[in-house]
Unconditional design. Structure first.
Length: 125
């Protein structure tokens, strides 16, 4: 089932993934690693603006996000995403910050002590 890409929808999708048996979760998360943008489009009801921004991600960043997020969820962690409130109807996107991205690319011992946290900021927020 597709979820909306908001706090509630993201929490529901992560909860669904965490509830899967490890083998099924690994398969679902491998699809995220293979094609992050495609996985997002398949699993979320994206607005045209969300789809546009996802498709504008540099290829390397999309690959890193898919790998780090899937490694993080595979270890039974709940993904933390902070999205600033929009003060305008359609504010300009200003920043995507990812804490712990590099640590979770290979999921080693250093990663276990580092949470993965994504922050989306908007101009005028």
């Amino acid at each position: 089932m597709k979820e909306n890409l908001d706090d509630v929808g993201l929490a529901a999708k992560v909860a669904t993934l965490l509830a899967l048996p490890r083998v099924d979760r690994a398969l679902a998360l491998q699809l995220m690693k293979d094609n992050f943008v495609g996985w997002m489009e398949h699993n979320f009801n994206l607005t045209s603006n969300q789809s546009y921004k996802l498709n504008k991600l540099p290829a390397g960043l999309g690959q890193k996000l898919g790998t780090a997020i899937s490694n993080y969820i595979m270890e039974d962690n709940v993904l933390q995403v902070q999205k600033d409130e929009k003060k305008d109807e359609d504010p300009d996107f200003t920043a995507l910050s990812v804490y712990g991205l590099e640590e979770w690319l290979d999921g080693g011992t250093e990663a276990e002590a580092t949470p993965l946290h994504i922050r989306i900021s908007y101009r005028n927020a």
